[in-house]
Design a protein around this ligand. Structure first.
Ligand code: DLL
Length: 445
């Protein structure tokens, strides 16, 4: 099913005309209402009226996570606070989170966009949809929730965790669609096998997965073990949350970008140069309809490739390949975004630890495990076991709070973590995930 065929199947020339119309309006709005944008555009010597074609967007300055930090919390909002009806946030590069705000109309658009994702992934009005994404500041739970309601399907807002309870609900309530991270889907499959539940005892039909990178082989594994059709969907809090792009169940070959709301470019992350369609690079997004927090040329740091092909589903939107890694050091653990700088800052707040640490991520079974190795100070290391244990507990509690995910901490002897003269290697990622190799991003993968 196509949720909004009048938009999703538009002839491409009409779509381009619509994008241009919306772009001009958006640029004028941000220029008039958002001081940091006006300043940047003035510095670059560009006025809204200089945008005379869609391609002219490339003359506008980029927006990055730094802009969020510099204008924390609400400085990028384009409307007064009385127009903002919802606030979400995600982790920032250092210290403060990134704060995003939605107007009533933004929420309405957002639910239509997640309804499009769900419909593309095979969800229909008669479905019972279990959402196992976190509900809260993270955009995953609430974002997809309202999309399900908009389709008219039944939503079970179970939120994340408690796998046995998830399974009980799945079985008893007749869940037909599951929405979560792909790694959690595999964990559910594993617990099913452990507890002797076979897919035949469930009514599951489809699964929609996103919020973290995954591979084609993971898709096959999920489909086989849960007995479902699995599709990918992508989004990020700054731009909206889920609902930026989604795969259709007919082709399962790349994610349709909802181009009537988002103008996408791919750039060379090192030079900022716009790359032709079909080349790998960093995805840059300009929002075309957002009121609360419009973004101009937002650098997502996600590596992908844009390409157009006629799709059996009938949608005319361009496709992006599964994001295959990032250009920065952000890691995603159980769907939670983490920057090594957050670990560093949290550790600096605790007395008795040296600012030397290493993050080790592994996948035990199908769930990510995050371990942080921390060097104890000399004095502490020779203190009593009891004192060491106290410190270990304090660090574990503090880091888990700061990162929003369970952390196992290991105290190591002073001066044992590797020192480098260049950039410290803070992260050892043992998971088998697609990885971004800077020198290779132009090559076909
Ligand atoms: O993860 C929004 C979302 C929720 C998308 C639920 C899909 C489903 P953030 O927490 O701001 O928002 O994280 C955004 O997650 O820049 C990517 O690096 C990564 N990401 C999101 N979806 C995918 C995906 C949500 N399908 C960051 N494949 C993004 C790979 C993804 N990476």
């Amino acid at each position: 099913m196509i949720f909004e065929p009048e938009w999703e199947c538009m002839p491409r020339d009409e779509l381009k005309a619509l994008q241009f119309f919306r772009l001009k309006k958006q640029i004028r709005r941000v220029y008039e209402n958002v001081e940091p944008y006006r300043k940047k555009m003035d510095e670059a010597g560009i006025k809204p009226e200089d945008i005379k074609s869609l391609e002219d967007v490339r003359h506008l300055p980029f927006t990055t996570k730094d802009d969020f930090r510099e204008n924390y919390p609400y400085g990028l909002f384009a409307v007064p606070m009385e127009k903002i009806v919802r606030i979400h946030s995600s982790s920032g590069t250092t210290g403060k989170p990134t704060v995003v705000g939605y107007t009533k109309r933004d929420l309405d658009t957002w639910s239509s966009l997640t309804a499009r994702v769900l419909a593309a992934g095979g969800v229909k009005a008669k479905d019972v949809v279990q959402i196992a994404f976190g509900y809260g500041l993270f955009t995953g739970g609430f974002g997809l929730h309202y999309g399900v309601e908009k389709i008219g399907a039944s939503v079970i807002p179970v939120s994340s965790g408690q796998t046995k309870r998830q399974l009980m609900i799945m079985k008893d309530y007749g869940t037909t669609a599951i929405v979560c991270t792909p790694s959690y889907a595999l964990h559910i499959a594993e617990v099913m096998e452990e507890t002797g539940i076979s897919p035949d005892e469930l009514s599951l039909r489809v699964g929609l997965f996103g919020a973290e990178p995954w591979t084609e082989s993971m898709r096959q594994e999920i489909e086989k073990r849960l007995g479902i059709d699995a599709t990918d969907n992508y989004g990020l809090s700054e731009v909206m949350g889920p609902g930026v792009s989604g795969e259709c169940i007919e082709a399962k070959s790349g994610l349709h970008v909802f181009e009537d709301h988002f103008l996408v470019e791919v750039i060379n992350p090192e030079t900022g140069e716009v790359l032709p369609e079909g080349e790998w690079g960093e995805l840059v997004i300009t929002t075309l309809t957002k009121e609360g927090l419009p973004l101009i040329r937002y650098r997502t740091r996600d590596i992908t490739k844009l390409y157009y092909e006629e799709c059996p589903c009938g949608r005319t939107f361009i496709k992006m390949t599964k994001p295959s890694g990032r250009t920065d050091d952000m890691i995603i653990v159980r769907g939670v975004n983490i920057f090594p700088s957050q670990v560093e800052e949290a550790l600096l707040e605790i007395e008795g630890v040296a600012p030397h640490f290493q993050i080790v991520i592994d996948r035990k079974g199908y769930l990510d495990e995050l371990e942080v190795w921390v060097e104890a100070s000399e004095k502490l290391f020779f203190d009593s076991m009891r004192k060491q244990k106290e410190l270990l507990d304090r660090i574990t509690e503090h880091l888990s709070q700061a990162l929003g995910v369970k952390v196992a901490v290991k105290l190591v002897e002073p001066k044992t973590l590797e020192r480098t003269t260049g950039k410290a290697k803070r992260v050892i990622d043992k998971r088998d995930l697609p990885k971004y190799v800077p020198s290779k991003y132009l090559e076909e993968k």
